[in-house]
Design a protein around this ligand. Structure first.
Ligand SMILES: Nc1ncnc2c1ncn2[C@@H]1O[C@H](COP(=O)(O)OP(=O)(O)OP(=O)(O)O)[C@@H](O)[C@H]1O
Ligand SMILES: [Mg+2]
Length: 451
């Protein structure tokens, strides 16, 4: 990586020496012979690394460090000193210096320390840009996506949330149906009212009726007092009916009545009670097929399906995988207080090549597990389950013992470059000599085939 380096030393020989090594390493060097000159430059010009002498006439190295931290905290400062003492080293590091080298120094040592500092600068920059990217792609309801189809659904949510119309959310398990239901509620005028969710598949018919409609006192043995159901308690708010296709025919009739008449009849009751509720329903089943088979009433289907939000499976929006993976990485690293900050490119590539039958929930679980297992600051492919590790490009060739094809070799090389640059696709594309879009296309095609 070519970087901007500021060198400060009042000793001319040392200055020339350092300038020479850094220029040979391909960096853009600015060299000055006094601390005062360095302060002026730091105020005007950006640097990635500052190499400074500690003791100089007038303005010393510690002043250069202080100024650098203040005006460009992204830059790393390295001290080089002929008067190395333990105290001054501790002072320097305590005030945020990256490293402390004693004179006489070996040129390869300086080179190595500078490269390490530059790596840190690059990683931090990439982290910052990812954080910005995630913030950009995350709406107020915590839905993260860069997928154009998903963005259209979010636009639709904004449009229909303020209306009272029923919404049917469909999509495979773990695609975010519940998240969308909450978003609809939060963006509606009912946001201060209750949001009540119930899984219709989790109850027997009697229990579900009791939950949803409540009962009158004495409706059955044990009904010692009147109990309001969830429909009544969600008045003024939103009722989310999850797995709605699991309702029995009798329950479907009762629900239809609620939607048509805007009133509920408690179990054992004779007089219906008015209630103002907005219904959002969800299912991961093919609801039209259920209608076709006669297990789901078509009149109820039309009542529920005023607007349909069909959430695409995660495998059809692979571009969301890196964003979501990093979002969950941060979430679980924070929650478990583990210092895991990065995902290796190999791990990311394996994730992007995976089909995710459990969609976002499965990805979340994989990352949670990975964060718990990661030995250092990086979640690597070793922390992913075997099923995913087999998604590596060369895995099939290795397994069969044959020579890899040209394409497999290409994939292997791309992976290696991605690894080198910590997954920075822009940089990887530059090194590979292709544009970012073609790199993206290659990863996607590879993913599609593996899925
Ligand atoms: N786009 C997204 N951005 C951030 N988190 C998401 C996204 N999609 C899903 N999640 C998270 O993934 C998990 C599963 O989502 P959710 O419960 O909404 O799925 P679902 O479609 O209701 O699944 P099921 O059909 O199994 O009930 C949740 O923890 C949710 O917060
Ligand atoms: Mg759900």
């Amino acid at each position: 990586m070519s970087a901007r380096i500021l060198i400060v030393d009042d000793e001319e020989d040392a200055l020339d020496n350092l300038r020479h090594v850094m220029e040979k390493a391909g960096h853009a060097v600015t060299a000055v012979q006094s601390g005062a000159a360095a302060l002026g430059l730091l105020a005007r010009q950006r640097f990635d690394v500052v190499l400074t002498d500690l003791r100089m006439e007038g303005v010393g190295g510690m002043d250069v460090l202080a100024k650098s931290r203040a005006v460009q905290p992204e830059a790393e400062v390295i001290f080089i000193t002929g008067y190395a003492t333990a105290e001054s080293a501790v002072q320097a590091l305590k005030h945020g210096a990256f490293y402390y080298i004693a004179k006489p120094f070996r040129l390869d040592e300086v080179r190595k320390v500078v490269e390490e500092a530059l790596e840190k600068v690059a990683l931090r920059r990439e982290n910052d840009s990812l954080r910005r990217e995630i913030a950009r792609y995350r709406d107020g309801d915590g839905i993260i996506t860069q997928d154009a189809g998903m963005q259209r659904l979010l636009d639709m949510v904004r449009q229909i949330a303020p209306t009272d119309c029923s919404v049917l959310i469909t999509g495979e398990s773990g695609t975010g149906k519940e998240l969308f239901a909450r978003a609809l509620h939060r963006q509606s005028a009912r946001r201060d009212g209750p949001y009540v969710a119930i899984n219709c598949g989790a109850f027997t018919e009697q229990l579900l009726a009791n939950e949803l409609f409540g009962h009158e006192k004495g409706a059955f043995t044990g009904a010692t007092a009147l109990k309001k159901g969830l429909i009544e308690s969600s008045a003024g708010g939103t009722l989310f009916l999850d797995e709605v296709t699991e309702m029995t025919p009798a329950m479907q009739v009762k629900l239809l009545r609620v939607l048509q008449e805007r009133e509920v009849l408690r179990v054992g009751g004779t007089r219906p009670v008015k209630c103002d509720v907005r219904v959002i329903a969800a299912t991961n089943r093919d609801i039209l097929a259920c209608v076709g088979q006669g297990t789901f009433r078509d009149d109820l289907y039309f009542r529920l399906n005023v607007v349909n939000l069909e959430l695409p499976p995660l495998a059809r929006r692979a571009g969301d995988v890196p964003l979501l993976a990093r979002h969950f990485l941060h979430k679980y690293a924070t929650r478990m207080q583990r210092p895991v900050e990065h995902i290796s490119s190999a791990a990311l590539a394996a994730l992007m090549a995976y089909r995710f039958p459990g969609n976002v929930r499965e990805l979340e679980n994989l990352i949670e597990r990975g964060v718990a297992l990661a030995p250092g600051d990086t979640l690597d492919i070793e922390q992913l389950p075997d099923a995913l590790r087999a998604n590596g490009p060369a895995a099939s060739a290795q397994a069969s013992g044959r020579l890899p094809t040209l394409e497999e070799q290409e994939q292997r090389y791309i992976l290696r470059v991605l690894d080198e640059v910590q997954g920075n696709q822009t940089l990887a594309a530059q090194i590979l000599g292709i544009n970012r879009a073609s790199l993206w296309r290659k990863l996607k095609a590879w993913k599609a085939r593996a899925g």
